[in-house]
Design a protein around this ligand. Structure first.
Ligand SMILES: C[S@@+](CC[C@H](N)C(=O)[O-])C[C@H]1O[C@@H](n2cnc3c(N)ncnc32)[C@H](O)[C@@H]1O
Length: 331
């Protein structure tokens, strides 16, 4: 039987109203310990063979999901990722610029709450500066934060050292080719990265492979709403050329199931975000930033749809991201 943890909600859960800058990381959830003794999740740990990954490498279709073939395009995409995130590392955890990654962090931790266990050995893939890893660190035994971009890892390590977080290991690696033996972790999480990576299918397959059987998998990402005809990826890439492609909710769950995992829960919510800090965080060149702003303003005046669902809030130009949360159970 799974006993409920005490859930402490530290943030106002009004995702449609996230237009003010200056949200801090919520106090308290780092270092929050459960007063409840928790039984272990059932892990069979049997000798089942690991999931097999197809050989032959991966390749992104020009900004799209992976197709079979060589590794050339994927490698080029990965180089773009490292270049762009090296620019973003320093300000990545700045809640003024990056509200989605800081304020809504508590929402993910709350979502994970029923599965968190003091004995968990956690892997976060495409962890960036390890914001999620560090939020979980005091709740579990150990967290490995793996990412492709050294500058993001170095920034995260500095912040972990500053905050006295000692049970997070920052590791460079490719989420699509994890350097771990099968069934190494009791919980695996990936936030805001499926749209970024060259091959989301391979990443989910790897997450399932390195999970203990029955272990929890958590995914959060911005998704492409089914009812929006215009292509949001064009503006997303103009802002950050390392953006690959937003997946639909159906596609994410399909890939989770294709990895052999069982989807337990899903949740979506819209997040209205101010445009200016979003562009500033990515260090979008001025001319591209001006073009994005112009296109969103034009849409508001009846022009062509951008897929970004712009709106004005208190005189500030905003746009809308739809978030998906998934809890799945590893095979
Ligand atoms: C938008 S950031 C999200 C960071 C973190 N997950 C969070 O939510 O705070 C995307 C991250 O994905 C990483 N990334 C992209 N492709 C990757 C890959 N193939 N393997 C590992 N990390 C990757 C980037 O370096 C970047 O740090």
């Amino acid at each position: 039987m799974i006993q409920p943890l005490v859930t402490v909600r530290h943030f106002r859960d009004d995702p449609g109203n996230d237009v003010q800058d200056g949200y801090d990381l919520p106090d308290g959830y780092v270092g929050m310990h459960s007063p409840w003794p928790r039984p272990r999740r059932r892990m069979s740990g049997d000798g089942r063979p690991p999931l097999r990954r197809p050989r032959g490498g991966r390749v992104v279709a020009e900004h799209g999901e992976a197709t079979s073939g060589g590794r050339g395009l994927a490698k080029r995409h990965d180089e773009t990722v490292v270049r762009e995130f090296s620019k973003q590392a320093e300000t990545f955890g700045d809640p003024r610029l990056n509200t989605a990654y800081t304020r809504h962090l508590a929402r993910l931790v709350d979502y994970m709450e029923p599965e968190l266990d003091r004995e968990d050995v956690v892997l976060e893939v495409a962890a960036g500066t390890g914001l999620v890893s560090r939020a979980l660190a005091h709740r579990v035994r150990h967290v490995t934060a793996l990412d492709l971009t050294p500058a993001m890892l170095e920034q995260g390590k500095r912040e972990a050292d500053r905050d006295g977080v000692t049970n997070v290991t920052f590791t460079r690696g490719d989420a699509a080719d994890l350097p771990y033996l099968s069934r190494s972790f009791t919980l695996v999480v990936c936030r805001f990265a499926l749209h970024q990576v060259a091959d989301p299918e391979a990443v989910l397959r790897e997450m399932a492979r390195v999970s203990r059987p029955g272990g929890a998998l958590f995914i959060q990402d911005v998704i492409r709403p089914e009812d929006v005809a215009a292509d949001p990826d064009r503006i997303e890439r103009l802002r950050d050329p390392s953006h690959n492609a937003l997946l639909t909710r159906a596609r994410v769950t399909e890939l989770v199931e294709a990895a052999g995992a069982e989807v337990k829960r899903t949740e979506t919510f819209d997040h209205v975000r101010p445009l200016a800090p979003w562009l500033e965080q990515a260090r979008t060149p001025d001319d591209d930033a001006a073009r994005i702003r112009k296109e969103l303003e034009a849409e508001l005046s009846g022009g062509p749809a951008t897929g970004m669902r712009p709106c004005m809030v208190d005189g500030e130009l905003c746009f809308t991201h739809t978030n998906l949360l998934v809890h799945a159970c590893a095979p």
